[in-house]
Design a protein around this ligand. Structure first.
Ligand SMILES: *[C@@H]1O[C@H](CO)[C@@H](O)[C@H](O)[C@H]1NC(C)=O
Length: 287
């Protein structure tokens, strides 16, 4: 027992002094570097209040140094991807109720029947019924209230396509039964003749709720291309108009060719009235 005990404890007592010495060094070093880390932590905690001051109260993000044309704050503009085929995004509550009402008010007295860009062989007479809304064009510079200026600026920011690429706003009213058969916003030169520029994207701002009907439809959403499709038929992805919501969709692929799934139309209004402000965005500046 004793011998075994000595055998077991002997080496430990022999290592005793160096082990104590070694552990002293280890603990000293741990303490030394540990306190250095801690004091660093504390100093970074101390500098934090000055960083906190620049954090945006609303979003909680810390803005970065920006270029001459950049913005000072981080903003949050909610969106929902509605589809990749076509590329379509919804911006809920993009405009306020007051802004929507203001736009309706300025357009109301200027409405006239909406017209179509005509293909070869088409006339006003033989295209009757395709687009039955009334509307008017108002540019942001014409609007003295400044509402269209704010909206146009916001559209440019979410698309990152400069305002100079946008056509004037087309403010439209659809009454009960009024519609827009499915069509493309991009112009095929084979059908419409040579184009100075092409429509890349469309931004629709819904200015009113619609009790029933009046959805923006994308019948070929996700590549369902039925070439027997009747352009009046209200099928596919349907976006219900909600006052203040913005709908953005791209008519062209990044390579500039037309996305055939961007075919869209306005289902007839069944109950209520539909008001919408449309901004067509082109691949060249508007002159
Ligand atoms: C353009 O892009 C689309 C989508 O990515 C693709 O399907 C098409 O083949 C392209 N066309 C040309 C001419 O590059």
């Amino acid at each position: 027992m004793k011998a075994r005990g000595r055998g077991a404890w002997g080496p430990a007592t022999k290592l005793g002094l160096p082990a104590v010495f070694l552990s002293c060094i280890v603990f000293f070093l741990a303490g030394f570097f540990g306190s250095m880390l801690l004091s660093q932590d504390i100093s970074s905690v101390r500098t934090r209040p000055s960083l906190l001051e620049s954090v945006d109260e609303e979003t909680g993000y810390n803005p970065m140094a920006h270029g001459e044309t950049g913005e000072t704050s981080v903003v949050s503009i909610p969106f929902q991807v509605l589809s990749w085929k076509p590329r379509a995004l919804l911006f809920p509550k993009f405009a306020t109720v007051e802004q929507c009402q203001g736009i309706i008010k300025m357009a109301k007295s200027k409405l006239s029947p909406s017209t179509l860009a005509l293909r070869k062989g088409e006339t006003m007479e033989n295209t009757k019924g395709i687009r039955t809304s009334s509307g008017t064009f108002i540019s942001a510079s014409e609007d003295k209230s400044g509402i269209l200026d704010i909206i146009e600026h916001k559209i440019a920011r979410v698309t990152m396509i400069p305002r100079s690429h946008g056509e004037a706003f087309n403010i439209l009213r659809y009454e009960i039964g009024q519609r827009y058969n499915s069509h493309y916003d991009a112009f095929d030169p084979a059908e419409y003749g040579p184009q100075k520029s092409q429509r890349v994207a469309s931004f629709l701002l819904y200015l009113s709720d619609v009790k029933e009907g009046g959805e923006t439809m994308f019948p070929f959403e996700n590549g369902f291309m039925d070439f027997n499709y009747d352009y009046k038929e209200c099928i596919g992805l349907k976006v219900k108009p909600r006052q203040g919501d913005g709908l953005l969709f791209y008519s062209l692929f990044p390579n500039g060719t037309t996305d055939l799934t961007s075919l869209h139309g306005s289902c007839p209004v069944i109950e209520g009235e539909k008001w919408v402000a449309t901004k067509w965005i082109r691949n060249q500046e508007e002159t």
